[in-house]
Ligand binder design. Sequence first.
Ligand SMILES: C[S@@+](CC[C@H](N)C(=O)[O-])C[C@H]1O[C@@H](n2cnc3c(N)ncnc32)[C@H](O)[C@@H]1O
Length: 230
Amino acid sequence: MSKDPERRSVRSYVKRGKITPAQLRALEELLPTYAIELSSTDSTDFSKLQSVAHSSHSHYLEIGFGNGSSLAYMASQYPGARFTGIEVHRSGVGRLLIELDKKEIGNVQIINHDAVEVLRDYQLPIKFDGIYLLFPDPWPKKRHHKRRIVTPEFALLIANVIKPDGYFYIATDYQHYADEIQLIMHECPQFNLVSNPQTLPNLIKRPETKYEKRGLRLEHKITDLIYQLA
Ligand SMILES: C[S@@+](CC[C@H](N)C(=O)[O-])C[C@H]1O[C@@H](n2cnc3c(N)ncnc32)[C@H](O)[C@@H]1O
């Protein structure tokens, strides 16, 4: 919940309707098991995250997981790690729940909310080994650029929730957005670009995502950028 509803009127997403009966059923039946339900900023129960913070498990975050296929894939490949996904659209959450249930993947928690509000308004009791922002909405029209999720403020929110040796992984298929991200991150003193990702001991390779496939069909160049705390 935003403390001040006026504080952020420009959002990085638009409301989307369509939700299938199977997704709706998954949301009703499965979400309580996987969700971290946000209530007021000081009374939200983060015990699901806290138990990981006090364990030796690595913990990864994906922001804007879309249909959840990348998150489910990474979680299934790394059963010893824990994964949290934040996605605002219920259809994507429902789709991920169906996959988690079918494949019996138990190391994922979901926050169905605006990620900017989550990172800005809530004190997460954990820092992440890796944070993924894969193919964020590019908002290609100039008048919509202000909706892009990567801003100097967003970079600072990310810096607050990364472990000292953790990383922030961004991928995009829009050259203009890639250039803008590099500029923003370059000007953010908290981050350095990782020139040789092989040096990161905790790096989990991302799978190809649904939006990436679309970008490739359109012959867009894919840019992967990885940052570490300076
Ligand atoms: C272009 S899609 C990419 C989905 C997925 N990562 C992929 O590569 O297939 C961007 C996703 O980010 C989500 N999103 C945008 N802004 C968000 C926000 N502020 N908080 C959470 N999710 C957000 C959208 O709902 C959408 O599912």
